[in-house]
Design a protein around this ligand. Sequence first.
Ligand code: HEM
Length: 366
Amino acid sequence: MSDSDRPLTYAQHLRLDRLLSSQERQSALKGQPAHDEMLFIIVHQAYELWFKLILFELDRIQEIFSGPVADDREIGQAVHGLSRIARVQKLLIEQLDVLESMTPLDFLDFRDLLFPASGFQSLQFRLLETRLGLTRAERLTYADKPYDALLSEPERARIAEAEAAPSLFDQVQAWLERTPFVSRAGYEFSAAYREAVLRALGGDQEAVRRNPSLAEEALEAEIAALDAALTRFKSIFDAAAHAKLAAEGAWRLSAKALQAALFINLYRDEPVLQLPFRLLSVLMDIDENLTTWRYRHALMAQRMIGRKVGTGGSSGFDYLRRTADRHRIFGDLFALSTYFLPRSKLPPLPEALRRAMGYSYAEKAP
Ligand code: HEM
């Protein structure tokens, strides 16, 4: 019987020979075996396997958004893949608990042997950040080096390739910009909604001014915050103002995409907007999970090494904590909630538009 005729076994299918012989403790190689290095290796390997799956899912999701027009029938498939990514991320956050069963002293038994290897060298993590939409320009730097400085030449080439291709952020932005219904003959969402929100925010300012319990300083801070929110809101409908704020980093999405995202969120009860709404929600889940992971990882690093510098040469905890604030991809979708109005105050959609947006399966009664 030739090899290819033999019935497939569990071990062959999963290539267990390779997989299970890939845990080599540096501490054992150097003659000072540290028990917990096995846990450290396996947790990292499990991460890399899940990163591989995330990138694999992204291949299909990005393919769906790659044409000049995304087929609506396939958007459901994209949402499904994104939901899988979000679930995997939950697992990635929980895995940190397992690693934290290692104490800082257990870690010190082998940490010095790892220099200068570092999480900075996880190519797959960099690829997934980049493919989701984190750009080089938005990244924090460490030791004044580019973020891929610690990668090999071929790895840097893969990063460059990913950077040159449209990211999921770019693709979703283009898809949002094509959203129908936002502007139709006889209806401009921007005009209808802008007025309603300006009234609401103006009302909030009045309420703050009339609040007798606010000290002068607190009152001024609240008014300033509302002013900033107002300026940011107006910029969604004003190209020049939007360009200025985008240059300052206040918005990532284009004005057109922001308008569409607002529209989808506000009128998501319309059947045709339900899937787009789910898409935006799952992108927020992914952004939130990534941020949670960054923060949890930073805390874990602090617990393990305190204020020591990282093996890759960063400031360690401080750098990692700052990435949680700064390395957001779909943060604009969160910021938009500032401008949501209760359903009771939403400007109603014109009837003809509502009809165009509904599904009408029902046969007319005879
Ligand atoms: C004892 C456990 C760990 C400690 C103390 C730790 C510490 C650190 C530190 C200090 C950095 C900053 C870079 C540097 O200067 O080296 C870093 C970066 C990183 N680590 Fe960990 N880490 C641990 C576990 C993990 C695990 C389990 C993963 C999973 C893959 C991971 C993935 C990463 C990644 C992707 C980065 C780059 C983050 C970025 O630049 O945004 N780390 N780690």
